[in-house]
Every structure is written in structure tokens, then in C-alpha cells.
Write a protein that binds this ligand. Sequence first.
Ligand code: NOJ
Length: 572
Amino acid sequence: MRAAEGSNRTARTDEAWWHSAVVYQIYPRSFADSNNDGIGDLPGIVAHLDHIAGLGIDVIWLSPVYRSPQTDNGYDISDYQDVDPLFGTLEDLDVLIDAVHARGMKFVMDLVVNHTSDEHPWFVQSRQSRTGPKADWYFWRDARPGTVGGEPGSEPNNWGSAFSGSAWQWSPDRGQFYLHLFSARQPDLNWDNPAVRDAIFAMMNWWLDRGIDGFRMDVINFISKDPELPDGSVTDSGYGDGMPYFAHGPQIHAYLAEMRRRVFDGRPDTYLTVGEMPGVTPEQAREFTDRVHGHLAMVFQFEHVSLDHDGDKWTTRKVTVSDLRETLGRWQEALADAGWNSLYWNNHDQPRAVSRFGDDTTYWRESATALATVLHLHRGTPYVYQGEELGMTNVPFDDIASFRDVESLNHYADQTQRLRVEPRVVLDALRRSGRDNARTPMQWTGDPGAGFSDAPPWIPVNPNHCWLNAASQVDDPDSIYQYYRALIALRHSEPVVVSGDFTLLDVRSETVYAFRRRLGDQVIDVVANLSVERVTAASVDLGTDGILIGNYPSDRRLVGALEPWEARAYRR
Ligand code: NOJ
């Protein structure tokens, strides 16, 4: 397979290539369906690569396409070294990798190794006996002493799963419980067993040898658990919070160091590694991503996408600009001279940013582009999630029958059945915070199937595809798509965007987010009004000269004030 060529199209600094790169995430189920079975697939992606290359993207991250029962849309893997027939074949994947490389982009796969599917042969063997070769590949524990195994209260500890209910499932075959931090069909692998690590590292090497350019590592900070598996403090869910015992566990650095040594160290320093790390602190992220001693290129942190959570993700609060300044500013500062940030508003687990932090009605275009301006001009590697470049919005599903996500369906059942909450109330929460918001089909055209598929899609298309779609935006110079293209081009042409230091500007406004980037004598000021009111901003010169990029047409720019959701970047 041909290696990626020309991926350093941009002015290099002395930094790693991914410092000037922008990544585009594809959620394959929902991207493009070539064989009209209602589910996106690999040939569908190949057919739409020019849409991505046209944005100026450097790297594609593909969410899982491995063999899987699809309980969690592929984050439940039953064969790490094959493609699920839903998406195509290994040969289709080779074709895609070549096609990505031929366009000068790199190709990163999802690595889901905190857990497997319960249909993975490792787990099938593990559940068969307490003595076989795979017996200790997962977390098996006896029922609590003095209880009857399988009955409520007999679970080995009180941890709740991320997808509602207990984190333990009783297995009559072994007469024991197994641990699953996600659904019961996603048992957690026991990384303390060296044979598990051998198998995972061999698999990773196999993929790198096949020609991929790195991994996005699913919940990678959960792989080392406190061996005592102690009870956690009980939350509103009625279950214990196990995070203190499984996030950032005792061996996390040892395991990632071993991964680095056994998978990456013998290879050129060109692989992108990004670790998804719920609960990670800036100090921990700095250690993980330190250029000399760290194990990963960057991590995904969760603080800014938790700002609207009020207790849990289903109960929300309003996010203020000062919340964003405090959180994003702190992360910029913490990783200023060691480590590296990833930058994102959206991915397949988050509601659509324009609906969540912006205004998806009156100021839809302006707020989508203002949010993009802020994010893309921070220091770090920006990620664009499919459809974000079109300003795709949350979906107005009004019936539980339209939802597909295991997390949402479990939450709905738990709330309406166990806690007797009114369905209307739970549906409201799913509409606001559910992951299906990000997973409706990509909106290519205004046709009935949104140009995604001619068959009924696996999840309904958003009705707004009739006006919100790629066909109407790609050639429109004023579109959100074209604005993303311009922002990405700016990162590629301006070393200060890549490497400049970052300082928040105090503009004494509750709705303006403003910062300065500086590299030597190169200075850029970014000011964004994240509100529907016209505002002024103290201590920043809001002239109309020297604007590098702005989301209002030049004849509508005011001197000394910003229109609703207006964003500008100035060269000073
Ligand atoms: C994080 C992934 O992004 C999410 O989609 C998945 O459900 C969980 N990890 C479990 O793999």
C-alpha cells in the first residue's frame, strides 16, 4: 500500500505534522450508502472523498467498521481484523485507504480495546470456563458474599454502567458476573493479563503494516482498573460512580508506555495517536501528550462538552461565555509549552454544536461559523465531524420509535419504567442531549433520502435536509462549507495559527469571546460575539481594516461593534 504523500502541504514549524493538520471524522453508518441497504458503507465514502479533500482536510478518522453485532454501532467489536459485511470488505477498505492517500490525506482508524463485543471469540471462550486459556481475559467476579448470584444486590460492586443499570452482568455459564462499563454486550477486557496486551499490540501492528496512519483510541484512560474494584459513591442514578477506580487507573502509564514501545517506537515518528479520555485533567493530559515522555499525540478531553450538564448529561444548564473562557482558556494554558490540545465541538457522541451552543434558527449560519472561528483559531488540532461543515442541526424526533442509540433507549426504558418519569419529559432530554442527534444521515442533497440512500435509512433523515445540504453549499461562496474551507486554509498558511501562543483578551463583555495569538511579530486577534444582541467590546480595536476572516459580509461590518454571532480575526 502506498504511504501518504504530501500530507505536509503546509508551512512546517519545528513541530509535529499533526500540529498544522485538521481532522475530519466519518461515522460510516451515516455517511453515504452505495448499495442502497439504508446503511452507509466503504464504497460510499470513496465516492464522496472529494467533498472532504475540497475542505482542505489533512486526516480522516473513521469510526469503527470492524465486524460487530452493532449493539453500539460498531463500538462492540467481534473481530478486530475484519470489516463488517454491512460496510464492505477488507479489500474495500484497502481501496479507501489508497484513495485517501492519493488525495494527500492520512487515514486513522478507531481502536476500541477497553472492551470487545460479547460475541468476540475471546469472550465466548472466556465465559465458557473458569480454567480455560481465556478465563482471565475479562473481569470475572463472584457474587457478593451472602447473596444469591444474579439476584439484584448480588453484584460484586455498586458501579453503574454508562448506558444505565449495573456495570455487572451475571453469566449462568460461569456462575460469575462480568464487568461492562458500557452495555452488557460490551465486556471489559482485562489489561492486567499480559496475553491480552500481546493480542492487542499484535493487532495494532497488523493494521499499521496494512497502511493506516494511526489510531483514535476509545476510552483509553479506562483500561487500567483498581484491582480491588471498590464501591463508588452513589449518584442520582442509584449506582456507584466507579470513575475514580477505572479512569486513570494505577497501570495506565505503564500500559500506554508498553503500547508505545511495542507498536510505535520501531516505526517512523509519523503516526497520529489520539486518546479519548473522559474525566482527564489538564495536568494528566500534559503528561500523556508530552513530546518527549508522553505516549500519545493528543487526547480528547470532555470539560467543555460537559459545561451544560447539570448533574448528568440528561439535565442541562445554560453555558455562558465566561464558562467557555474559563474552561477552554485553562486547557490552552495548561498545554501551552508541553503537550498538545485537540479541538472539537462535535463528534458522534455529542449533540450538534450549532443547536447546543449556537442558534439553529435565526442565526444558524452566523452561529455555526462563529463557533467554528473560535475553535479553529485556538492552538491545537481541530476536528470536524461529518455534517458540521454544513451546519447540521439536532433532530426534532418526537417519538421514541425514531431513536436508535443504545444509550438513549436504555435511558428511556430506565426512566419511564423504573422511575415512572413521564415519556414526554424523557423525550425532551433525548432530543436535547441524545447521541442520535449526531448520527442522522449526512445531508448531501434535498432529495427525499438526502442523497444518502435510495432505501429507507437505518435512522430517519433530518427533515431540514431539503434546504440544509451539501449540494446547496459546496459552490456557494457564502456557505458554511466555504467558511470552514477558508478557516482550514488559514491554519495551513499562517504559522501563527499553528504555533502562536494564546492569551485570552479581557473585553469586559459577557458575550464576547476574544483571544490573541502571537508568534514572534505575527499577531492575530480573534473576537466573536456569541449572542443574538449587537455588542461592543472594550479594549479591542473593532475597526474594519486588517480582517483576515469574518463571518459577515464586508458591507455589513460595523466599526466598534459586532452584529449577532459575528466573528472576526484581525491581523495586528
Ligand atoms: C466512546 C465512543 O465514542 C462511544 O460512541 C462508545 O459508545 C463508547 N466509547 C463505548 O465504546
